[in-house]
Design a protein. Structure first.
Length: 287
């Protein structure tokens, strides 16, 4: 499908749509996240601060099977119009932290479809969406969250998924950690976020339908690894913001590296493919 055949004006009529949801930041869900990632924190209990970025395990999608596309992603929602391109990928996210979310709090989330854009690149036609979420606790606004999703063209039968341009990752990084994501972590993260996208658990779909070499690591999973990696090196500094840009996919069973280095205002980080190129970049601003 070419750029000329997509009616961007029609898609943009949905920009400005809003929805509101409530949820409770339960200790049970946070402790499942802690166990899924093998984190060293003690068991969470009421009034404990939720680690930055972990709010992604709350306000999970409430979508019936009849409203899913063949790949397991939402076909429609209160915010999104029907998308003309079939493949959905995480493009990046930006958090701004105003105050901690605490275990046991009742939270309110206000979502807005902020933008829809059409682009053409080396991997074909793409539609980018931006959803801005504001999460409020009992004391007011706690987190602003801007998530970017890209919709891409289908992969023709028998073809490999076309990879985007890959930039080499910085080598002068004092912080390094090697990670291998297995299907168990993929399953657990899908369950924690109620993510039914088949590329993360259905190997036949991922390899035969979408042309990937293996199951795909969730973008938000890689993002969680990066923000926790930053947290482990932040010496207790409070996060003011955290921004990621997804550049290329990572795959189960293929070891990749987390790299990072301090900056004057916080730190910068990368998830690095086995080939040494950038899969995701991130910047953290610390108080």
């Amino acid at each position: 499908m070419s750029v000329a055949t997509i009616d961007l004006a029609d898609l943009k009529r949905s920009v400005g749509r809003t929805e509101t949801a409530t949820d409770v930041a339960t200790a049970a869900q946070a402790n499942l996240m802690r166990l899924a990632f093998g984190r060293p924190e003690p068991e969470f209990k009421d009034a404990d601060a939720l680690p930055p970025g972990w709010h992604v395990i709350y306000f999970t999608p409430r979508i019936a099977p009849s409203d899913l596309r063949p790949d397991g992603t939402p076909a429609r929602s209160a915010l999104m119009p029907d998308m003309p391109l079939p493949r959905r990928m995480f493009a990046g996210q930006a958090f701004r932290f105003h105050r901690p979310l605490r275990i046991g709090q009742t939270l309110r989330q206000e979502n807005e479809l902020a933008d829809i854009a059409l682009k053409s690149g080396s991997t074909g036609t793409m539609v980018f969406t931006t959803v801005v979420s504001r999460i409020y606790g009992p004391e007011g606004l706690a987190v602003e969250d801007e998530r970017r999703i890209v919709y891409r063209e289908e992969v023709k039968a028998g073809e490999r998924n076309r990879a985007p341009k890959r930039d080499p990752a910085p080598a002068d990084t004092p912080w390094r950690r090697t990670v291998t994501v297995d299907p168990i972590l993929l399953f657990r993260f899908s369950a924690l976020t109620f993510n039914s996208h088949k590329i993360h658990y259905d190997r036949d779909w991922a390899t035969r339908t979408e042309g990937y070499p293996a199951l795909v690591v969730h973008g938000p999973l890689t993002q969680t690894l990066l923000i926790d990696f930053a947290r482990d090196h932040a010496a207790g500094g409070a996060f003011k913001s955290f921004t990621t840009h997804a550049r290329a996919p990572l795959f189960e069973g293929a070891p990749f590296e987390l790299r990072g280095r301090p900056t004057a205002s916080g730190c910068e980080l990368w998830a690095v493919t086995p080939e040494g190129t950038v899969a995701m970049s991130a910047v953290a601003e610390l108080a």
